[in-house]
Design a protein around this ligand. Structure first.
Ligand SMILES: [Zn+2]
Length: 339
C-alpha cells in the first residue's frame, strides 16, 4: 500500500512538474484527486487494510494528497506568472515609433482666397456683412434699378422660388438692405453664394460666390473707387500690380467700369495666364446710381458712393492658376490637398 501511494505521488508530481499549460494540471487533478481518481480509489480500498494500520495509511494518503495539491497550486501560479510576463513583454509600447497621423483637414482654396481678400478690406476699415441667399425680387432687382421689363432680368436666368422670391443672382441685394437701414456712412464688404441658371463648364456653375463692396459717404468720388481698388490689387496680387478701368454698363452704377489688373504672373509682358494681353479682367464697379440711392432712402444730393463686385472663384482660379472651376467643387482630396 505504501509503495502504491508513493508511486501515485511520484507520478503525479512528475506530471505536474512537466506541465506547460493550466489545462494539463486540471487533467492531473481529476486523474488523481477526482471522484474516480487514483488517490480516491486508495481511500475506498481502506476496508481491505488491517484495522490497526488504517490510521497510518490514512495519514499517508492525506500527506500524498497535500503534497499533490501544493504542487498543483504552485505550478498553476508559476504558469500564470509566466503568461503574464510574456503578455507584458508583447504589449510593451515602443515610444520611439512614429504616431498614427490624424487627418484634420484644412481650408478650401476658395476660403483661403476669401480670407486673404477680407483681410485687405478689413485693414481699410470695411465691415463684413452677409445677407440672405433666398431673396426678394425687390432687393435683387427692383431697388438696384433693374425693373421688371429690364433685359438684365432675362439675361440672368434666375432661379425663381415664387414670382417675388428667388435665389439671389448677385450679392448686390445686401447693398440695398444696408442702405435701406440708413446708418451712414457705409463701408461694407459682403461675401456670399449666388445662383444663376448656367450650365456647368470650365468657367460657369449654377452656384458660385461674389464679394461685394459698398462705400457711401459725403464727397465720395470715382477717385476713391480707383484708389481703393488699386490698393487692394497691390496687397492681394503683389506690390507692382497696376489697375486699368474700362467704361462699362451696369444698371445700378453710373458711371460704371470694368477693372483690369496687370498680370501678376508675367508683370504685363504677356503669358498663358493673361492670354498674352498682359492684363487680367478682374471685377465690375462704378459709382452708385443716384436712383438706387434715392430708392433706398439716401439723398443723392448729399451722399455719393461706389460699389464693386468681385467673383471669388475668378480670383481663386487666378491666384492658384487653376484652369477649371469644376475642380473647386468636386471635393477631390488629391486636388484640395495641394492648397
Ligand atoms: Zn501674363
Amino acid at each position: 500500500m505504501r509503495d502504491k501511494l508513493e508511486a501515485i505521488k511520484a507520478e503525479a508530481l512528475a506530471k505536474i512538474e512537466s506541465a506547460e499549460v493550466v489545462s494539463t494540471l486540471n487533467d492531473v487533478k481529476v486523474a488523481i484527486l477526482g471522484k474516480k481518481g487514483e488517490l480516491t480509489q486508495v481511500l475506498k480500498s481502506m476496508k481491505d487494510v488491517a484495522p490497526e494500520d488504517r490510521p497510518k495509511v490514512g495519514q499517508m494518503v492525506n500527506e500524498a494528497r497535500q503534497a499533490i495539491e501544493t504542487a498543483l497550486d504552485e505550478k498553476t501560479k508559476s504558469i500564470n506568472r509566466a503568461l503574464r510576463a510574456e503578455k507584458m513583454k508583447r504589449e510593451t509600447i515602443d515610444v520611439t515609433l512614429p504616431g498614427v497621423k490624424k487627418l484634420t483637414g484644412h481650408r478650401h482654396p476658395n476660403q483661403i482666397a476669401l480670407e486673404d481678400l477680407e483681410r485687405v478690406f478689413i485693414g481699410m476699415g470695411y465691415e463684413i456683412v452677409e445677407g440672405p441667399e433666398v431673396e426678394y425680387d425687390k432687393y435683387n432687382f427692383e431697388l438696384l434699378n433693374i425693373p421688371a421689363n429690364h433685359p438684365a432680368k432675362d439675361e440672368q436666368d434666375t432661379f425663381y422660388v415664387t414670382k417675388d422670391i428667388l435665389l439671389r443672382t448677385q450679392t448686390s441685394p445686401v447693398q440695398a438692405r444696408i442702405m435701406e437701414k440708413g446708418n451712414l456712412p457705409i463701408r461694407i464688404l459682403s461675401p456670399g453664394r449666388v445662383f444663376r441658371a448656367d450650365e456647368v463648364d470650365a468657367t460657369h456653375s449654377p452656384s458660385f460666390h461674389q464679394v461685394e463692396g459698398l462705400v457711401i459717404d459725403k464727397g465720395i468720388t470715382m477717385a476713391d473707387l480707383k484708389g481703393t481698388l488699386a490698393q487692394w490689387a497691390k496687397e492681394f496680387f503683389g506690390e507692382n500690380t497696376k489697375v486699368k478701368f474700362r467704361p462699362h454698363h451696369f444698371p445700378f452704377t453710373e458711371p460704371s467700369a470694368e477693372c483690369d489688373i496687370t498680370c501678376f504672373k508675367c508683370g504685363g509682358k504677356g503669358c498663358r495666364v493673361c492670354k498674352g494681353s498682359g492684363w487680367i479682367e478682374i471685377l465690375g464697379c462704378g459709382m452708385v446710381h443716384p436712383k438706387v440711392l434715392r430708392d433706398c432712402g439716401i439723398d443723392p444730393e448729399v451722399y455719393s458712393g461706389f460699389a464693386f463686385g468681385i467673383g471669388l472663384e475668378r480670383v481663386t482660379l487666378l491666384k492658384y492658376e487653376i484652369d477649371d472651376m469644376r475642380l473647386l467643387y468636386e471635393n477631390d482630396m488629391r486636388f484640395l490637398d495641394q492648397f
